[in-house]
Design a protein. Structure first.
Length: 165
């Protein structure tokens, strides 16, 4: 079954810095704000078996040390919700500072050939950890993340990642 991974561009100032609500209520509030204030920039339709190895490999290629997968699935504006919260979905977030730091790396390593023998170790490591890599899924994820990070960096905006199952 496919999921739709939506990448939004948003000004992180639209999110409150504190909320006196339960974690689930905070999560719902973040979803509402995102739907009202953010612009859906890119969408990726893949099953999680294709998406997870692809985002893991993209992270490995740019040297993100786990940042791309963690922030894609479980990171919140102003750290409003802790990493161990029990909420009904996932919410990914990259602050404008993260976008500014990561975009040059995405640009620098955009053309990395994952089929090259020099990169076999990266691919093998990701497949061992996250499952078999579909090269086409990797290209889709790389391309959509690149465009979103490029445009968010140009606008000094943040990125929200929301999953639809």
């Amino acid at each position: 079954m496919s999921s739709v991974i939506n990448l939004f561009i948003v000004d992180e100032d639209v999110y409150p810095t504190t909320l006196n609500l339960s974690d689930e209520q905070k999560y719902q509030e973040l979803l509402d704000i995102t739907q009202d204030e953010a612009t859906r920039w890119q969408s990726i339709e893949l099953n999680m078996r294709g998406f997870i190895p692809a985002i893991e490999l993209l992270d490995a290629v740019v040297g993100g040390q786990g940042l791309l997968p963690v922030c894609t699935f479980n990171y919140f504006p102003h750290q409003l919700i802790g990493p161990d919260a029990n909420i009904s979905g996932s919410f990914g977030f990259f602050s404008s500072e993260m976008v500014q730091d990561l975009f040059p790396l995405l640009k620098k390593y955009f053309e990395v050939d994952i089929d090259n023998s020099e990169n076999k170790g990266l691919v093998d490591d990701v497949e061992h950890r996250a499952g078999e890599l579909d090269p086409q899924a990797y290209e889709i994820v790389r391309d959509r993340y690149f465009v979103t990070f490029r445009d968010a960096a140009e606008q000094n905006k943040s990125i929200v990642v929301l999953m639809e199952e």
